[in-house]
Write a protein that binds this ligand. Structure first.
Ligand code: SAM
Length: 253
C-alpha cells in the first residue's frame, strides 16, 4: 500500500526542492521577484508563506524576511528548511511566534484546536502531514503524519523507510496503541510513533509490542511513545539517522 507520493507540484518547481506543497513556487521564480523589487538588507514579507519559498529566496539574497501562515505546520517546516539550507544560522536565529513554547501552551492548543495541534506536532518533528480536513472524520486511516528515515543496512543501497505518526492531545488508551500497531502493519511501515503528553506515555509503554527493528547501528522499538515535553526540549525519536534528518537532510532528498 502506498504511503507516500505527492500529487504533483507547481510547474517549474525542481524535484529536489519539492516539500509536498502542491502550490509550492519555484525558488528561482521567487528569487527573480525579490531581486526585481527589493535591495539587500530590505525586509520581505510573505503573509501566506506555506513551505517558505519566499523566506528561502530572501535569505539567499541577503534580505530580512517575515513569513506568516495560518497553519502551524508551516512554522516547523520552514524552520527546518532554512536551517538546512543556511548553515550559518541556528534555531535561535529564527523567531517563531504563535506556536506553543511550553507544555501549558501545547495543552491549550490541543484543547482549543486538536487539528492544529496535530499539524504543529507533525511540522515540529519533521513528519509529512496526512491531514484530513476539519469534519472529515477518520479519513486519515490512523495516520496523522509520516516520517521518512534512512536505516543503515550493510552492503545495501540506502533506501528510505517510514514511521507512522499518531498524535494524541488527550488520553492514550490501550486500544489506540493497538490500533497504531495495526496501522504500522497495514502500511508495512517500519515503526509507529505515538506523540502524546508525558503523563500518557505509561499507556504506550504498557501496551506496546516489544518488537524491534534493526539497522547496522542499533535496534529501535517498532512502537514508541514520544512526549510533547521531549519535543519541546528538542528530544530525538529513536529512529535511525533521525537526528541527522531533523537537521534538514530530509529536505534535500
Ligand atoms: C499557496 S500556499 C503558499 C505557498 C508558498 N508561496 C510557497 O511557494 O512556499 C498558501 C498558504 O496560505 C496559507 N493561508 C491560507 N489562509 C491564510 C490566512 N488567512 N492567513 C495566513 N495564511 C493563510 C495556507 O495555510 C497555505 O500554506
Amino acid at each position: 500500500m502506498a504511503l507516500y507520493g505527492q500529487s504533483g507540484w507547481f510547474p517549474g518547481t525542481q524535484k529536489k526542492e519539492n516539500l509536498g506543497y502542491p502550490t509550492q513556487k519555484p525558488l528561482a521564480l521567487m528569487e527573480r521577484i525579490i531581486k526585481a523589487s527589493s535591495n539587500e538588507g530590505d525586509t520581505v514579507l510573505d503573509p501566506f508563506c506555506g513551505c517558505g519559498t519566499t523566506a528561502h529566496a530572501a535569505e539567499a539574497l541577503g534580505r530580512k524576511w517575515i513569513g506568516i501562515d495560518i497553519s502551524k505546520f508551516s512554522a516547523g517546516l520552514i524552520r527546518d528548511r532554512i536551517l538546512h539550507n543556511f548553515k550559518y544560522l541556528n534555531a535561535d536565529d529564527i523567531d517563531l511566534r504563535g506556536t506553543p513554547e511550553s507544555v501549558a501552551e501545547a495543552r491549550h492548543l490541543a484543547r482549543q484546536d486538536p487539528f492544529e495541534f496535530e499539524k504543529w506536532v507533525c511540522g515540529f518533528i519533521g513528519a509529512e502531514g496526512m491531514f484530513r480536513e476539519p469534519g472529515e472524520k477518520g479519513a486519515d486511516g490512523g495516520v496523522d503524519g509520516v516520517l521518512k528515515f534512512y536505516p543503515v543496512r550493510e552492503g545495501r543501497k540506502v533506501k528510505p523507510e517510514y514511521a507512522i505518526v499518531q498524535v494524541k492531545g488527550g488520553n492514550v488508551t490501550a486500544d489506540s496503541v493497538k490500533a497504531l500497531h495495526e496501522t504500522v502493519r497495514r502500511y508495512e511501515a517500519s515503526a509507529g510513533v505515538m506523540v502524546c503528553f508525558g503523563d500518557q506515555l505509561g499507556t504506550v509503554e504498557n501496551q506496546r509490542v516489544k518488537a524491534t527493528f534493526k539497522d547496522a547501528w542499533g535496534s529501535y522499538p517498532v512502537i514508541q511513545g514520544f512526549s510533547v515535553e521531549s519535543l519541546l526540549s528538542d528530544g530525538q525519536l529513536d529512529l535511525p539517522l533521525y537526528g541527522y534528518k531533523r537537521r534538514g537532510a530530509m529536505l534535500s532528498l
